[in-house]
Design a protein around this ligand. Sequence first.
Ligand SMILES: Cc1cc2nc3c(=O)[nH]c(=O)nc-3n(C[C@H](O)[C@H](O)[C@H](O)COP(=O)(O)OP(=O)(O)OC[C@H]3O[C@@H](n4cnc5c(N)ncnc54)[C@H](O)[C@@H]3O)c2cc1C
Length: 256
Amino acid sequence: MAKVRLLSYTPDPQLIVAAAARMCYAPEKADVLIDKLAADPEQTEKYIKMLMELGHDSVVEHVNFTFVIEDVSRSLLAQLTRHRIASYSVRSQRYVSESAFGYITPPAIAADPEAKKVFDEAMENARASYQKLSEILTEGYIREQGIDPSDKKAVSALRKQAAEDARFVLPNACATQLVMTMNVRSLYNFFEHRCCSRAQWEIRELANQMLALVKEVAPLLFAHCGPPCVQGPCPEGKMSCGRAAEMKERYANKKD
Ligand SMILES: Cc1cc2nc3c(=O)[nH]c(=O)nc-3n(C[C@H](O)[C@H](O)[C@H](O)COP(=O)(O)OP(=O)(O)OC[C@H]3O[C@@H](n4cnc5c(N)ncnc54)[C@H](O)[C@@H]3O)c2cc1C
């Protein structure tokens, strides 16, 4: 299962959002109204609830959340990075050797001994091919470039060059880690897409873990998050899971 940690976030997220919204409509000086709001959590709550109803979403862009995400597959990474309104720093497969790569086993495969055996063998084969290709390419570069094999620095650079191409045999299951920052508006969109039961299991688990983490810090801002059916009709048409009532219930009380 993905390991997710909330690394940092904009301080006083709910106050920042309420202040930004209030600033749009109040004649007072910014400092004055921020101090007033800071001293009056009930007003902050009132503004945020009003904003959620109005759909005045741009004000939530002032608040960012940064996550450290570990033990996820490169398959998940491909889906995650489709969310363009975010910042990512991902462990490089060019500069970090994958000769002993970890991998994510889908639960359906883990639950079936026959499937698991095939899967584990495929991973072992991929590791062996990666290592063999790394060696072949490194040795080729050493020969071509007339490098002294005892020159550790030069050989290390060539290993990295070899890894650039050897990584082409790595599987989607290969584990990775990254730091990701998203603002609240983008998180709303992310949760809508990825908490939905139509989303793929790994990214759905990640989205649910992230939602639990941000809800702890800013419960008002994320009170209505989850799949689209939590707030309105399901947009999935014929593909709908038909479990809107269950989802509403689940996400209304969601803590984990
Ligand atoms: C169940 C599911 C199945 C999927 N299947 C596929 C698939 O088969 N193939 C596939 O390619 N993808 C697939 N996706 C990915 C999906 O199409 C989106 O790329 C992904 O969910 C990111 O969403 P987004 O573009 O809204 O997010 P972001 O990139 O974070 O964008 C956020 C919002 O900003 C706006 N925006 C961003 N960029 C632009 C732009 N260039 N022009 C105009 N508006 C913009 C849009 O309003 C967008 O919703 C799937 C997603 C899900 C949840």
